[in-house]
Design a protein around this ligand. Structure first.
Ligand SMILES: [Cu+2]
Length: 376
């Protein structure tokens, strides 16, 4: 196999993506995949074989409709694989009445990010990443979010949760001018899989520029005696929770030419990230996905899991499933929920997940679970 030097690999990959289109790049893609596999360029050496297999599978399944080349994760400052499990738990202290006060510090910043190989997007970010940090708290805590706007436009943080009108993060109630600061404070409730986003106007522009993130409130088991075991399994830090493989997936999209339509779709921003680097799943451990849809311009998004079915907790606000034994759910903007499934009885291998809007898949939103035997 011919070894392609790194500089040429980079130039080639960008040229084919930008100039030739994805389908026309199939020949180059085959060559590139070989080069990547041989050079061990992937950050996880163990996934190289899986990537090569996957690239091959994709050429068959989607006619090479997959991005070619790599996104510079170091320059972006975030790695889609790490985003899956990267929870921001803030800092914790105790209030005089004994309750827990959890404090998060968030800044708004303008930042150019790479959303597909060679495709840059001038984003507005929370803490320099898209999606913003995945905030995680426990039901009943007092939350304090210190928000500083270092961006070039007014921004806010509007939380999907229960709070006072003056904490709503809308114009007149927590909209923050550039260089200013605001402190949002409210109780963490109800438990569930929520989100926060900027509520400055025009709303669809501020959201789609990258100003959104997961906001998960774990149930307090002592408040749910009838489902205490389930609540404990949802509570980060417990032994019961450690039995699960939890992933946060924010379905997003980008209008790169300001025509009111999206050109690139993804989970956690980078097109085809989890198709190229499948998500490792230990076969014996159940999986819980916190799934949030924030795409603008398209009225609906969906999540379909191949070769398996799952239970679904709409908005995560119940401890019993709201849908049982489904392999597809739909979400409109800001809709979200929790998926629970397992591969215990499956043979190891690559299991695909994607929306059932095929166009979204071809434009970046498709991934793979790499189910492996549990390593003892
Ligand atoms: Cu904004």
């Amino acid at each position: 196999m011919i070894k392609v030097p790194a500089w040429l690999r980079k130039r080639l990959s960008r040229r084919v993506v930008l100039g030739g289109g994805l389908a026309a790049a199939s020949g180059a893609a085959i060559g590139m995949t070989g080069a990547l596999a041989q050079s061990g360029h992937a950050s996880h050496a163990g996934t190289v074989g899986a990537e090569a297999k996957l690239a091959s599978a994709h050429r068959g399944a989607h006619g090479a409709m997959i991005t070619v080349g790599e996104v510079d994760e170091a320059r972006n400052g975030f790695d889609p694989t790490k985003l899956l499990t990267d929870w921001d738990r803030g800092t914790v202290s105790q209030l005089p009445d004994g309750r827990t006060l959890r404090t998060f510090e968030i800044t708004a910043e303008d930042k150019e990010i790479e959303i597909a190989p060679g495709i840059m997007f001038l984003a507005w970010t929370y803490n320099g990443r898209v999606p913003g940090p995945s905030l995680r708290a426990t039901e009943g805590e007092r939350l304090r979010i210190v928000f500083k706007n270092y961006g070039s436009h007014p921004h806010s943080m509007h939380f999907h949760g229960i709070h006072a009108a003056r904490m709503d993060g809308v114009p007149g109630a927590g909209l923050v001018a550039p260089g200013e600061e605001f402190v949002y404070e409210f109780d963490a409730r109800p438990f569930g899989c929520h989100l926060y986003h900027c509520h400055a106007l025009p709303l669809k522009r501020h959201i789609h520029k990258g100003m959104y993130g997961a906001f998960v409130i774990d149930p307090d088991p002592t408040r749910h005696p009838e489902y205490e075991a389930v609540a404990r399994s949802r509570l980060l830090g417990t032994a019961e929770n450690a039995e699960w493989q939890e992933l946060v997936m924010v379905m997003n999209a980008f209008d790169t030419n300001f025509d009111g339509k999206n050109e690139v779709y993804a989970v956690n921003t980078v097109a085809h990230a989890y198709a190229k680097k499948p998500i490792k799943i230990l076969r014996d451990k159940p999986v819980r996905v916190y799934l949030i849809n924030v795409i603008e311009f398209d009225p609906i998004n969906s999540f379909h899991l191949h070769a398996n079915f799952f239970e679904y907790f709409n908005q995560g606000t119940t401890l019993t499933p709201t849908l049982k034994t489904v392999d597809l759910i739909t979400q409109c903007q800001a809709e979200r929920g929790i998926l629970e499934f397992h591969f215990t009885e499956h043979e190891p291998g690559l299991y695909m997940f994607h929306p059932h809007q095929s166009e979204f898949t071809e434009l970046g939103w498709v991934g793979m679970f790499d189910v492996v035997e549990t390593v003892s």
